[in-house]
Design a protein around this ligand. Structure first.
Ligand code: UD1
Ligand code: MG
Length: 475
């Protein structure tokens, strides 16, 4: 550590290194899962934090793990693309002796020339802009604390000031009655020059009510060293809200979803009720999209112009083209392969589209119809109670109620090809591999095991017989 680093500089272009504290147990979640792996909007809490860090163009991100360390490290090691661009390191804290002790474990991974931003793995919704301002407030030579006024500050570290100048952070359990009345609290987030942080953490003791090494004690050292301490105070409680219990997790989920809903409505999306709308992933909407109540969107979903989504639909990993209508209670899950719904298609109510379902324009999929890994060309219809798996369906095909593709022989999947303009009657079993020739008709109740010729009627079922004078059994 060189003297000029200790003295600091106002160079704003200093590299940013992020420390995410995620070693705590989260006792109040009463869960086997480490707290930071609980989901908010479908993603682990700590992953939200990591994504925010990625928006800061951080040079390095050091995650401090402890409770459930292997699980937390495994989750964060899955690359999602948006977390690329920085060097991710894990540091274990065993045992957990407090937030100051936690950051001490990260010091060997932190270069002296950076600004260190300390975040908590259980505070998921801090805006990157807020952190940029905090970094600006630090300016490379000051200690910057993110603070907020709470009507009820119970449990938080209080910001003790003399006049305007910040003097200390006093933890709830160490605070005097007078200090407990202070409403400005420390959010748990700070930006601090790395060289200063190292020097101060070396002086940390644990002589306090909890016998812990408090990161917050560095404020006193900064004041003693004549280093500026700035409080960057924000007004939005959601950005500093931590998750400690299932109740807080649900509250934050609702706050997050309501924010998303507002943003969509500002873009012109018509939501029947913003309080009954959940996006757990990335939803893109073109103009004039209308979404009824209780819909859940997961993964990557895009809705084209004029798309209407009925009530109670769950839609994951799907691209729905312009003017398609998804009627109520439809479940679409494209998983990895994705689902596509063509322009003007009608799906549902009570339809199920599974991975690899590719519906062309104006396709109709009605109630209790399941489609998996199948392509339906323009205008094809399966309106009631049917299964299409591993099928290629031509234009204008009409697929009758109760018909299924028997695509699985117990070991392998096989394809069914239904050429253009075929009519498949009701209650047919198409035993794959099989091809139904263009324009043909399959009589209701047929079990088709061989290819059918184009243009002909194919029937494969027992002939109807009627027996005269037949007697029913009698008692
Ligand atoms: C901390 C702050 C308090 C602030 C509050 C905001 C300290 C001493 N106090 O208190 O001023 O108002 O956050 O929420 O810093 N952790 C570890 N290792 C440990 C202890 C904690 O990794 O040994 C992690 C936790 O997993 C959590 C974060 O650090 O992500 C904060 O720890 P927590 O115990 O919640 O601190 P608080 O007592 O809430
Ligand atoms: Mg806490």
């Amino acid at each position: 550590m060189t003297q000029d680093l200790i003295n600091g500089s106002t160079d704003m272009a200093r590299p940013v290194d992020v420390v995410i504290m995620a070693a705590g147990k989260g006792t109040r979640m009463k869960s086997r899962l480490p707290k930071v792996l609980h989901l908010l909007a479908g993603r682990a809490l700590v992953r939200h934090v990591l994504d925010t860090a990625s928006q800061l163009s951080a040079r390095r991100v050091v995650v401090i793990t402890g409770h459930g360390a292997t699980e937390v490290e495994a989750e964060l090691s899955i690359s999602t693309g948006d977390t690329a661009g920085f060097d991710l390191r894990f540091v274990r804290q065993e045992p957990q002796l407090g937030t100051g002790h936690a950051v001490q474990q990260a010091l060997p991974a932190l270069a002296d020339d950076g600004i260190v931003v300390v975040l908590s793995g259980d505070v998921p919704l801090t805006a990157a802009d807020t952190l940029r301002r905090l970094i600006e407030a630090c300016g490379g030579d000051k200690l910057a604390l993110l603070t907020i006024d709470f009507a009820d500050p119970t449990g938080y570290g209080r910001i003790v000031r003399q006049g305007d100048a910040v003097q200390a952070i006093v933890e709830q359990k160490d605070a005097s009655a007078e200090q407990r009345a202070i409403r400005e609290i420390y959010s748990g987030i700070m930006a601090v020059p790395a060289a200063r942080l190292k020097a101060w953490l070396a002086r940390l003791g644990n002589d306090n009510a909890q016998g812990e090494y408090y990161l917050t004690d560095i404020v006193k050292f900064a004041v003693a060293d004549g280093v500026g301490v700035v409080a960057h105070k924000i007004a939005d409680p959601v950005q500093v809200a931590g998750v400690n219990s299932p109740v807080q997790l649900a509250e934050l989920e609702r706050a997050f979803q309501l924010r998303q809903a507002r943003q969509f409505m500002e873009q012109g999306v018509r939501l029947a009720d913003p309080a009954r709308f959940d996006v757990r992933g990335d939803l893109r909407c073109a103009q004039d999209v209308a979404i009824d109540v209780n819909c859940v969107f997961e993964g990557q979903v895009s809705l084209g112009e004029g798309v209407r989504i009925g009530a109670n639909c769950v839609i994951a990993n799907a691209a729905i083209a312009a003017n398609a209508v998804i009627h109520p209670f439809t479940h679409i899950d494209g998983e990895q392969a994705g689902v596509t719904v063509g322009e003007g298609a009608l799906v549902g109510p009570f339809a199920r589209l599974r991975p690899g379902a590719q519906l062309g324009a104006e396709v109709h999929i009605g109630n209790f119809v399941e489609v998996k890994n199948s392509t339906l060309a323009k205008g094809a219809k399966a309106n009631h109670l049917a299964y299409l798996g591993d099928a290629t369906v031509g234009e204008r095909v009409n697929y009758g109620a109760g018909s299924i593709t028997a695509n699985y022989d117990g070991a392998f999947k096989h394809r069914t090809v239904i050429e253009a303009d075929v009519h498949v009657g009701s209650n047919c079993v198409l035993v794959a591999p099989v091809t139904l020739g263009a324009g043909g008709t399959v009589g209701g109740g047929s079990t088709i095991t061989q290819d059918t010729p184009a243009g002909m009627l194919s029937v494969a079922r027992g002939r109807q017989v009627s027996i005269a004078n037949w007697q029913r059994p009698r008692k």
